[in-house]
Design a protein around this ligand. Structure first.
Ligand code: KIV
Ligand code: ZN
Length: 511
């Protein structure tokens, strides 16, 4: 039998801790469903005690997503564990993931506890979590900077108390591959009962070595890798799921392990996470970056044309990048469009298909060829959206090098179109000010980015904004072949999300 590495995905928990990322419950469920299609072994859906939103998201994922084990994070205390279990209890398969820091530096400055006190808390927390009948994972936070003898004692206690998975995090991304491999090997050698549990690793990418450290741990005997899609996460991020999976697959000759991942869902998962989190994937990102399979130099192009393996160690098709070049245009009918949606793996209801088809026709009127990326953008930006109180109906912008930019927007508010105009420092500023006049919201723009979904002069522009309102960040996204229209849609989307999350009772601060 082939030796299997378990993939524990923490995109929805550690990944969501990326600065400025703030997913709604529906978006988390959508990502979790895609992770189930990707066939990850475990989905860590959130940290239920941390907020009501996180609790609801874990509960919704536990109720709706079938296949993978659903995990929830809890500190090593009864209140956290109770809340995690409450959120998880309806899951098909559940795991309570409890943790406490074990390094001296955390004990002294964060927990203000002795090693003995922490050891006691580990025993109490793990046995309490196990009493619910859920599988229990224990993590020793900052394990890599923990005294090894003490760490082994803590791990042994967790196993004796009922933990079935032991996770060894490099919380601050301090390790190097050689050291981390040796560290894991020592734990395997020294801890009594370690062969009865799954040994897991969880690496952060502060020095850019999270993937390398995780793979070194696998080579030393770790059986589970914790990771996130696109490597998103706290600070420099976590181990990247696609990198670990494709390294194990491509270099099976070296590692000798398989994963259960459905490789051709990798690219779609990466795109979905990038769109919903508003975190663009850098073009040179391994595996899923736009340039990961692009060959610029003539020598490389020539080599690849003659024999792919000269310069390519993986095929783009393996991770689900479509290279069949099928494009749709304004003469494509509903049937062809629906078929392409199915081929792209979208499962939509009739109403969603109708909405998508209408948007597709609008786009096809402006753009000769509508690509798979355009269709994906339509679905992610225009079809699967939260309820819209405000909707852009029309926009006119008057701008130039020697005039004051002026924008007029027409926004549908509860069925009625309201228009207003404003001047600004630039055309985008004028558009945002006009929107603020109509909606009555004054929010602070903290981030604005513009990406082309595909190449060419008529490319669809994808705008992502992050706005701050009452100390909280909200993201908004919009697409259009006109970048000012895409900007307006993104800004309105952020305001809709703000209203959706904060509820109707949100107090407008006016402008
Ligand atoms: O980085 C870390 O130590 C963590 C633990 C909670 C597993 O995220
Ligand atoms: Zn972490």
């Amino acid at each position: 039998m082939e030796k299997r590495i378990y993939i524990f995905d923490t995109t929805l928990r550690d990944g969501e801790q990326s600065p400025g990322v703030n997913l709604s419950v529906r978006e988390k469920v959508e990502i979790a469903n895609q992770l189930a299609k990707l066939r990850v072994d475990v989905i860590e859906a959130g940290f239920p005690i941390s907020s009501q939103g996180d609790f609801e998201a874990v509960k919704a994922v536990a109720e709706e997503v079938k296949g993978p084990v659903i995990a929830a994070l809890a500190r090593a205390n009864k209140k956290d564990i109770d809340r995690a279990w409450e959120a998880l209890r309806s899951a098909e398969k559940s795991r309570i993931h409890t943790f406490i820091a074990t390094s001296d530096i955390h004990l002294k400055y964060k927990l203000n506890k002795t090693r003995e006190e922490v050891l006691q808390l580990v025993q109490e927390a793990v046995s309490y979590a196990a009493s619910f009948g859920a599988e229990v994972e224990f993590s020793a936070e900052d394990a890599f900077r923990t005294d090894l003898t003490y760490l082994c004692e803590v791990i042994e206690a967790a196993i004796e108390s009922g933990a079935k998975v032991i996770n060894v995090p490099d919380t601050v991304g301090y390790s190097t591959p050689l050291e981390f491999g040796e560290f894991i090997a020592s734990i395997k050698q020294r801890v009594k009962g370690i062969d009865r549990v799954i040994l897991s690793v969880h690496c952060h990418n502060d020095l850019g070595m999270a993937t390398a450290n995780s793979l070194a741990a696998v080579a030393a005997g770790a059986q589970q890798v914790e990771c996130t899609v696109n490597g998103i996460g706290e600070r420099a991020g976590n181990t990247s799921l696609e990198e670990v999976v494709m390294a194990l697959t491509t270099r099976k000759d070296f590692f000798g392990y398989t994963t259960g991942i459905k490789l051709d869902e990798i690219y779609r998962t990466s795109r979905l996470v990038s769109t919903l989190t508003g975190m663009p994937v850098p073009p040179n990102k391994a595996i899923v970056g736009r340039n990961a399979f692009a060959h610029e130099s003539g020598i490389h192009q020539h080599g690849v044309l003659k024999e792919r393996s000269t310069y390519e160690i993986m095929n783009p098709e393996t991770i689900g990048i479509k290279t069949d070049g099928i494009v749709l245009g304004k003469h494509s009918g509903r049937h062809a469009f629906k078929k392409r949606l199915e081929e792209l793996g979208f499962e939509l209801g009739e109403e969603e298909i109708n909405k998508a088809f209408y948007r597709f026709k609008e786009l096809a009127d402006r753009k000769k060829q509508v690509t798979d990326e355009d269709i994906e953008a339509i679905i992610n930006h225009e079809v699967r959206v939260i309820s819209e109180k405000y909707r852009l109906e029309n926009i006119q912008v008057y701008t130039g090098s020697s005039i004051v930019p002026t924008a007029t927007v027409g926004i549908r508010v509860d069925g009625e179109v309201v228009e207003d105009a404003a001047c600004g420092d630039g055309p985008v500023d004028a558009v945002f000010k006009a929107i603020e006049k109509v909606t009555g919201f004054h929010v602070e723009l903290v981030h604005y980015s513009l990406n082309a979904v595909t190449g060419g002069k008529d490319a669809v522009g994808e705008v992502t904004v992050k706005v701050e309102y009452n100390g909280k960040l909200y993201m908004g996204r919009g697409i259009s072949t006109d970048i000012l229209e895409a900007s307006a849609k993104a800004y309105i989307n952020a305001i809709n999300r703000l209203m959706h999350e904060a509820g109707e009772e949100v107090i407008k601060n006016g402008v």
